[in-house]
Design a protein. Structure first.
Length: 167
């Protein structure tokens, strides 16, 4: 049975491997071999991941001691609008291990993140989504704001700026 819980530092090895496999294998239908190598040529260091995740709230989905996926939320910021301010927060990562694709991992992780966001009175969630993640976030009610191009290691990686207003 899958369990969603908060990340702890002992998870970093599995998380680094999961991220790399998610890109090198899981994204193969949307990005070329060269694009995936530019995105993640090898697993990133533990220090890199601990530094990236430290300021965020991160959840992992675990089944039988194996991390099946993770999602994280950056700290909320005040965003001005026409006549009020509201809290907005960015989803930094949502990745599922290729062996767990299609088993509800991303949905379970996102459910916990959105419940947390609502409890924190966050009114807007944003994300920079890959081609694969774009489909998932659209199913969750996100709208595409723009298509982006990011040059990296001689390749141009495409993602999408998306947002959802929480009521």
């Amino acid at each position: 049975m899958m369990n969603v819980r908060l990340f702890n530092a002992q998870d970093v090895d599995q998380l680094a491997t999961l991220f790399h496999l998610s890109i090198s294998q899981g994204a193969s239908g949307h990005y070329s071999v060269e694009e995936r190598a530019a995105w993640s040529a090898s697993p990133r260091s533990h220090e890199n991941w601990l530094s990236r995740l430290q300021p965020t709230t991160t959840w992992v989905a675990e089944e039988g001691g194996i991390i099946a996926g993770f999602i994280n939320l950056k700290p909320a910021k005040l965003k001005p609008s026409d006549n009020e301010e509201w809290l907005s927060a960015d989803i930094d990562c949502l990745f599922t291990h290729p062996d767990f694709t299609g088993r509800g991992v991303a949905t379970a992780l996102y459910k916990d993140l959105q419940e947390f966001a609502v409890a924190q009175q966050i009114k807007e969630l944003t994300v920079e989504a890959s081609f694969l993640a774009k489909l998932f976030f659209e199913k969750q009610g996100y709208e595409v704001l723009s298509k982006n191009q990011h040059p990296r290691a001689g390749q141009v990686l495409v993602n999408f700026s998306m947002r959802k207003l929480l009521l």
